[in-house]
Design a protein around this ligand. Structure first.
Ligand SMILES: *Cc1c(COP(=O)(O)O)cnc(C)c1O
Length: 356
């Protein structure tokens, strides 16, 4: 049976990425070696790393003065690397979910942290509209897409102080005005590659301003100076990320991807609104994520939750169970999820409604 993978992360990847990576596991670009056993200093892999960083820049139209890095450690390591490299005295954090809260917690090891706003009062079901960001903070940290709660900041906000964004789960889903950000980071396993690699887009002139000594592995400057090859990078995930970037370019890039993502999200949100069994957990449409679409059973039908999950599962839909802190369902519709896949989910919701 055809599977539709709605998992939040690790999550769906394009068939192009999966097939080409599988091929490279057997024979990496005609070297007769697996991509898992080549030296990261071999010219073939060095070229892959360079091409991946360049294509990332091209696809997101990253201006000069910024560098792209592929590092290990996941987005969670960035929660500490960001303040390590940027926080002298004070930083501001917008807490719109679990990941945003975790990021803020790590920053507290390095200095004073101001919570610019939070949506915790309503279980992170909305994006606060007013932020209180002190002018003298070193940076302002936001999480553009809240993977667990299904809210998203889809505009590139204006900030007087350097803006830092965790874009783990919406990178490459839309065009981004990179010039508005000082640093963007994320784990690859939501929209780019298997787990094991993170991407960092960093404006070079924001570095070198903190007074503390920084251990080499945690120092962005060291990684930049070494072409993202200071130590052994996650070779296989970087190869897979490169394949996803090639696929994305072939599909028309992030502009085209955004159109498709909006169409997919509209289709699903419309069905959630229409269907008497379900309701959205995010009431303001402006705050709704186009990547992670969260919904629950309507009060009157609460006992049907398990049944619907099973119903959808039997039609090949996996990973639809919502995170425990929200309940219900979460359909993650990353770039690689097709319109056909979302339509299949909508059809399943309709069919289930009819039989209830
Ligand atoms: C998944 C996720 C993380 C954590 O990523 P790891 O790579 O597991 O550390 C952080 N932020 C957001 C927004 C996420 O979706």
């Amino acid at each position: 049976m055809k599977k539709y993978n709605f998992s939040a992360g690790p999550s769906i990847l394009s068939q192009f990425t999966i097939k080409n990576t599988a091929e490279a596991v057997i024979d990496f670009e005609g070297t007769g070696l697996s991509v898992m056993e080549v030296s990261h200093r071999d010219k073939e892999f060095m070229a892959t790393m360079d091409k991946a960083r360049l294509l990332f820049k091209e696809l997101l139209d990253i201006p000069s003065g910024y560098e792209v890095l592929f590092l290990g450690g996941g987005a969670s390591l960035q929660f500490c690397m960001v303040p390590y490299n940027l926080l002298n005295k004070k930083a501001a954090y917008l807490t719109t979910g679990t990941w945003a809260s975790k990021a803020m917690k790590e920053a507290k090891f390095f200095g004073e942290v101001v919570e610019a706003a939070t949506s915790k009062d309503k279980n992170f079901s909305y994006i606060p509209k007013k932020f209180d960001v002190p002018d003298d903070a070193d940076y302002f940290h936001i999480t553009t897409n809240n993977t667990i709660f299904g809210t998203e900041i889809r505009e590139d906000i204006d900030s007087k102080i350097p803006l830092v964004a965790d874009m783990s789960s919406d990178i490459l889903s839309r065009p981004v005005d990179i010039s508005k950000y000082a640093l963007i980071y994320g784990g690859a396993q939501k929209n780019l590659a298997p787990s094991g690699v993170s991407f960092v887009i960093v404006k070079e002139d924001i570095l070198g301003k903190v007074k503390r000594p920084i251990p080499s592995m945690l120092n962005y400057k060291v990684h930049i100076d070494n072409g993202s090859m200071f130590n052994t990078p996650p070779v296989l995930p970087v190869y897979a990320a490169y394949q996803t970037l090639l696929w994305l370019k072939e599909k028309g890039g992030v502009k085209e991807m955004e159109k498709i993502n909006v169409r997919k999200a509209d289709m699903l949100y419309q069905e959630i609104e229409r269907n008497r069994l379900f309701k959205s957990t995010v009431s303001d449409p402006r705050d709704r994520s186009i990547m992670n679409i969260c919904f629950v059973m309507h009060e009157n039908y609460g006992d049907l939750e398990k049944e619907f999950l099973e119903f959808a599962y039997n039609k090949g839909m996996v990973g639809l169970k919502g995170h425990r802190s929200v309940g219900g369902f979460r359909a993650s519709c990353y770039n690689a999820m097709t319109e056909e896949g979302v339509r299949a989910l909508v059809d399943a919701m309709r069919e289930f409604e009819k039989q209830c």
